[in-house]
Design a protein around this ligand. Sequence first.
Ligand code: GTP
Ligand code: SPV
Ligand code: MN
Length: 597
Amino acid sequence: MNARTKDMNIPGTDGSTLAALNDWVAEVAALTRPDAIHWCDGSDAENAKLVAQMEADGTLIRLNEETHPQSWLHRSDPQDVARVEHLTLVCTPERDDAGPNNHWMAPEEAHAKIDALFDGCMQGRTLYVIPYCMGPIDSPLSRCGVEITDSPYVVANMRIMTRMGAPALKRIEREGTFVKGLHSTGELDPDRRWIMHFPEELTIKSYGSGYGGNALLGKKCHALRIASHQARQEGWLAEHMLILGVENPQGETHYIAAAFPSACGKTNLAMLIPPEGYREAGWKIWTVGDDICWMRPGADGRLYAINPEAGFFGVAPGTSKKSNPNALASIQSHTIFTNVGVTADNQPWWEGIDNGLQPATDWRGEPYDPSVRPAAHPNSRFTVSAKRCPSYSPMAEDPQGVPISAIVFGGRRASLVPLVFEARNWIHGVLVGAAMGSETTAAATGAVGVMRRDPMAMKPFCGYNFADYFAHWLSFDKPGAKLPKIFHVNWFRKGADGKFLWPGFGDNLRVLEWMIKRVEGRADAVQTPIGALPAVGDLDLEGISLTGEAREVLFGYDREGWRAEFEGIGEYLAGYGERMPESLRNEQHRILTQLAG
Ligand code: GTP
Ligand code: SPV
Ligand code: MN
């Protein structure tokens, strides 16, 4: 491949046929002053070399080769275990373009601040250039980027999570454009840490963290924050959604996209195993994606979706043979585990794995003592190729994407919100998404279990003002559009005893079946001001037993409670001022009036 040189010692030496890329690498090298530059080709040999090097220096610990072939444990810095929302910035020239939903800094100030940290930060390290493609390499919906990092752990993860290496570089050279992501782990000092986005410049700069969404820049930084900005300009949607295919006994498949906030059940729903009766009848679930969805209208007016990712960066705790057998099967080999515990014979272990084994060492590398800390960090993760998932859909590689029949919003709501309801039309559906609330989880630093508004599960990920984002969503409702129906679910409603009232996991298919029947016009519903709810008898509940309390609250709605909720929603929307689309405010007002009447 032309003049591309590997492991060269002279920063800035020509590595691509694209001048813009070479120039940028040279500029970054001049600033960060690495000892060497390596252009990643994504090959097995390259990966083996990097892994061996990380094993030698302790970055990766080899797990039990017999039970978990080609699998490794990484222990991150204990102060670097989750996304850091307070240090994540959207740097638009105008503050209002970032909106009240983002932390903001003026671009010039932001560049100066973070470039000072990058100055000389790669001395003694290797600078890796990672060309990657988000989405199938031959899809018109895909977009490319290049991440520069000094972390071999990031390289190994990006290789699983994206289409990384030579084919991506070829596409970048053909297209001539790419998202620039500059990352350094720096000193891993929380006081010297920033995750900055410059949407107008298609640029990301991340310093001081090696963890997940802070460091694997193709994921949340590119595929959501930067992509949401591009999607708005180009007429598509970049969303924090899983995509799954539901195949009925007649062999027809409906694709559903669902937005739940971090650690609220996307991976689990995407890999769902049907309950026994459904399995016997011939129902199947196909996993297209578990975290991010890019959608755009096709020639027939329907929305077509791709999963821009190639792997899963999934929450480990709670993953068991019972809760998510597809995930467990996926991570039997060729997996990187981050911050889980290990057994005495070096098998990965986490709370809720339920495999009869006991942890010996916790995620900090200390002897396990449940009175000190859990064995696995609550936000511990596995990184694995989507191709290892038994339910991975062949359609996930289709360059045209899959047609979406239903969009689902949902959060963790211990009270008020019923199991499922349907929006009456697109505008109402956008309001349902905009009004989403959820209790916070360990996926980000900060308090856990606090209710907050998380519109469309995009609070931490929308790269621009939410008011403009809702207007963009509304703009899809135009003549000729055949838009999906919109639903809201809540798998996390709790009873008076504090326990979940709905069995969840595989049994969530009972709810999906009702949605599909609604899409096909074959199921009943009860109309209420908040939307259309199934009556208890409208869902197939054979094989599960629900208490009287569960039947009442999962399928009912509390008018007084919802009235207060809608007052809160009104206040929330008003916080965006004049920019908030009038039709959305009208819709909120219309429903509030009905609830009050
Ligand atoms: P991110 O990767 O952070 O975006 O998370 P996610 O939305 O993919 O969440 P995931 O599927 O990993 O689930 C997070 C937690 O929710 C796990 O502990 C699951 O066991 C739990 N969970 C998932 N689905 C259900 C469900 O239907 N009911 C209940 N009660 N818990 C669930
Ligand atoms: C999330 O927090 O929503 C994740 C994990 O999917 S991270 O990649 O860290 O964003
Ligand atoms: Mn996520």
